[in-house]
Design a protein around this ligand. Sequence first.
Ligand code: ADQ
Length: 485
Amino acid sequence: PTTEPQSGSGHELVVVANRLPVDARTLPDGATEWVTSPGGLVTAMESVMRTVDSGAWVGWAGSPGEAPEPFEADGMHLYPVALEQEDVEKYYEGFSNATLWPLYHDVIVDPVFHRTWWDSYVSTNRRFAQAAAPVTSRRGVVWVHDYQLQLVPEMIRAARPDVRIGFFNHIPFPPVELFSQLPKRNQILRGLLGSDVVGFQRESDSLNFLASVRKLLGYHVEGHVITVPGIGSAPAREVVAKTFPISIDSAAVSALTEDQDVIERTAQLRRDLGNPKKIVLGVDRLDYTKGIRHRLKAWQELLNDGSVDPHETVMIQVATPSRERVEAYRQLRDEVELTVGRINGDFAPIGRPAVSYQHRSFDRRDMTALFMAADVVLVTALRDGMNLVAKEYVASRPDLRGVLVLSEFAGAADELRAAVLVNPHDIDELKAATLRALAMPEEDQEEAMRSLRRQVMDNDVQAWAHSFLDELEQSGKPQDDAPAV
Ligand code: ADQ
């Protein structure tokens, strides 16, 4: 059946992501209120949505069961997709977060695979595609996000050959040797190749994807262009796979540092910690890809060998609760909390922590205050698509003070060359880098921070979204005369 809308109806730009950009809040009278979630993608899209007549977002509203009716928020049309409890377990916690996530992050933990998870991944992806296809205007643009929805581009193309389709992968794309382990790998590649443009964080991710397409599907690849053979009498199509490093709303973060309330919170934070000489900060979702265990081990050894004095230096570790129903995440939380407890038991002065551990969310202002108070930020990811925390720290330091220690395995390392780059697997190197950062003279901090800021302030998330959509505009050749399938 054709899903094409009546001419003149539908949205010019439709974003498809696992989550809608809003969270439900229950009011005292039992009614539901929708609050925009302050994520980076929402900010990026706000700026793009302003340039189109009509923008929409298709995604899950966050709780299992029936989906709310479509509604409007902040000038965007939102189309909720229903996920039953079983989909949450199999599509989301299962195939997305226990199969794809570890496999795409260099198998830091073993990927788990069940065939019923795959079935749920296919049927759930179809539901997202079926929600997006009929609401996109003729020759409109659909922008699909992330690893949970890799089959959606092909499914939308089958229903709507007239639209341009882009896909952006927020996480790494693994080397072909690892990707080949994935059961159903060719279906995933074909799903992605329903797009006109497939975007990645780092050049190495684009190259890994191109190599997989060449090796596993045998398609012709030249530079960043893939030729996808047509089925039957259909003509071949070209798909571009390119690098678009994501960023943050740099100006907004930087502006917050001048807010009187944020400045006061920064001072209060230092006082609350007993005015230490130095503060070292880590901010991550509590995820095994972030290298929190490696960071704590290095910190524990530095305290143990006396290189760091806990009376003078405090570490704050913010660990946002994440995926708490997935086994590997439960284990990680236990290990991290055991280690923090041991470090504090062994080294903390009375009345003050050696590691201040915060397992909860903070608002943007508190986050900025943390970055402003931190003399050193440790980003020690074992594998990370980009890592926005690194960029947020840089944007929070217009005073040109502070040192960023950055894992070379985070996508941000390709751009933030003036950071202290480390291999977090090498605990000795991590310790040495942390000490170097703590002792860095102010002139050197300034020089590095100036260079980092040039990068982050000039390349913000708005520029990222526009450059992706520009590429899509140029490369997508909508098949005007193709009949709807
Ligand atoms: P994440 O893995 O979630 O994102 P990251 O890029 O660091 O990782 O973004 C996390 C965001 O959450 C940051 O904006 C950070 O400030 C915020 N945050 C973390 N802890 C918080 C807390 N306790 N309270 C409030 N806010 C908190 C995925 C990929 C990344 C990629 C992004 C964007 O894994 O590699 O950079 O998508 O593409």
